[in-house]
Design a protein around this ligand. Structure first.
Ligand SMILES: Nc1nc2c(ncn2[C@@H]2O[C@H](COP(=O)(O)OP(=O)(O)OP(=O)(O)O)[C@@H](O)[C@H]2O)c(=O)[nH]1
Length: 454
């Protein structure tokens, strides 16, 4: 795997100019390390203050993981995929295959049904060999024994008992995954990590990018969040002291798949209300209702939630909505959820802009092509100033001068982008970005983005 240094501003530029630079010769994913280059970006952006501001923010936040903040502040990692060229095909570029071992994070508040889902996964007939990492507070691994008792084809169950994955045992997670890979590579196909009910998924997600040991062999496949439809409202409403995150909100915000569980315990209007609240937070994730976590396995494994080639399915359908297959008899769905709650604005119809101080989603859709320099500057500055607040983002862009669509995804300041396929000759050149984060101002984001259009 090649490693190159670049500044934020060249994240797009390097790729757009790949026909004239070495990037073209990379056949696999390469990483842009920004630790040295941050100054260059700050200078280029003409905002000398940005750098110190970002560092101050990184150091001043109350944070269970100072190491992670330091890592994020001083050694930002951005990745971009170099496109391989297939001249004989009508698709000139493609994202290189990624054969790293996929890992799924199962999260959800206390008692939401994580272990029940895990048992469902482990006892189902899917032919996958799964290694499980269980995280439990305290010395007694109750969940571990619950899972082990029912498991048939599991390759390995390892327990992390001395703290929460998102706080104290992140190093243990790195060590465990590394050991699994070193000792058992080839003996399992997938890693499933069950977090504690009080985990904030963010540091766990970032571990997959921040740690070379993991990044080289394991890719994050997706975050599956269980929601207890009977009790979730209480947890979402819980007021936390300043600087303390609401785990129930965070777990929903970072999800690729949401399982609204325990629907046997609630009425239809209650489920609808829960779904509405979930959509206020996360408009990107797919959502399914279940009892006892009974979902098809391909709903939770092989999600590709962080894969660039799957971004279109998310941004085009704006979250893929709720999977209706199993609920065709039910019609109480929140069809206009994002219009009511996200205050975003589409070309075709306008809504009030809202500035949501909580965690919410903002989508921007518009036709036209972006000025590359301006888009670099806007996105770079946004990430520099607001990456703490931007939990996840995905986008599909039309960049002037690029014949391919540009797809990207990010988690805080981790950014991955790549050209994917060529724009079709009669395909409208349109852009779509979805942000999930805290304190997002839909109007400001849209204004900034639109200012990058030609
Ligand atoms: N009625 C009902 N009970 C459920 C459902 N799913 C799980 N349960 C029960 O809820 C309880 C908690 O489920 P678990 O799977 O242990 O939940 P968990 O998220 O792993 O719990 P923690 O590890 O404590 O955070 C168990 O008694 C389950 O049998 C469901 O859909 N309906």
């Amino acid at each position: 795997m090649a490693v190159v240094s670049a500044d934020i501003g060249s994240t797009f530029l390097g790729i757009a100019k790949r026909f004239s630079v070495d990037a073209l010769s990379f056949s696999g994913p390469f990483r842009l390390q920004l630790s040295l280059a941050k100054k260059a970006f700050v200078k280029a952006a003409g905002h000398e203050k940005l750098q110190s501001k970002a560092i101050a923010a990184g150091n001043s936040r109350e944070n269970p993981l100072p190491g992670m903040w330091n890592c994020r502040t001083f050694s930002r990692r951005f990745t971009a995929n170099a496109a391989t060229t297939q001249e004989s095909s009508d698709v000139l570029t493609k994202i290189p295959p990624d054969d790293r071992i996929p890992a799924t994070i199962i999260t959800g508040f206390l008692g939401s049904g994580k272990t029940t889902l895990l048992n469902h996964i482990l006892t189902a007939d899917h032919g996958k060999r799964i290694a499980v990492i269980e995280n439990e507070f305290g010395e007694i691994d109750i969940d571990g024994s619950l899972v082990a008792a029912k498991t048939t084809g599991t390759e390995d169950i390892v327990m992390l008992n001395n703290g929460c994955l998102c706080c104290t045992v992140r190093g243990d997670l790195v060590r465990m995954i590394s050991e699994l890979v070193e000792k058992k590579k080839g003996k399992f196909d997938h890693i499933v990590i069950e977090t504690t009910g009080l985990a904030n998924p963010s540091p766990i997600i970032q571990t997959f990018y921040a740690e070379d040991k993991i990044f080289n062999d394991v890719k994050l496949d997706g975050v599956v969040t269980l929601v207890d439809s009977k009790h979730v409202a209480i947890h979402l409403d819980e007021k936390k002291p300043d600087g303390v995150v609401n785990e129930a909100v965070e777990q929903i915000a970072y999800a690729d798949r949401i399982i609204v569980n325990k629907i046997d315990l609630v009425s239809e209007p209650e489920i609808s209300s829960v779904i509405k609240r979930i959509r206020n937070i996360n408009v990107m994730a797919n959502l399914k209702r279940t009892s006892y976590g009974k979902v098809d396995l391909d709903y939770v494994l092989g999600i590709g939630g962080f894969d660039l080639e799957r971004i279109e399915s998310v941004v085009r359908s704006e979250g893929s909505k709720e999977d209706h297959k199993e609920h065709e008899h039910e019609h109480v769905h929140d069809h206009d959820h994002h219009h009511q709650n996200h205050g975003h604005k589409h070309d075709s119809h306008e809504h009030d802009h809202t500035h949501d101080p909580g965690v919410s989603s903002v989508s921007i859709v518009c036709e036209g092509s972006l000025d590359l320099e301006k888009a670099n500057m806007w996105l770079g500055t946004l990430l520099m100033e607001r990456s703490d607040d931007i939990y996840r983002m995905k986008g599909l862009l039309s960049v002037e001068g690029m014949e391919e669509r540009f797809v990207f995804q990010g988690v805080h300041d981790i950014f991955q982008g790549s050209p994917d396929r060529l724009w079709g000759s009669d395909e409208p050149r349109s852009n779509k970005i979805v942000f999930i984060g805290r304190n997002l101002d839909a109007g400001e984001l849209e204004k900034g983005f639109k200012a990058c259009l030609l």
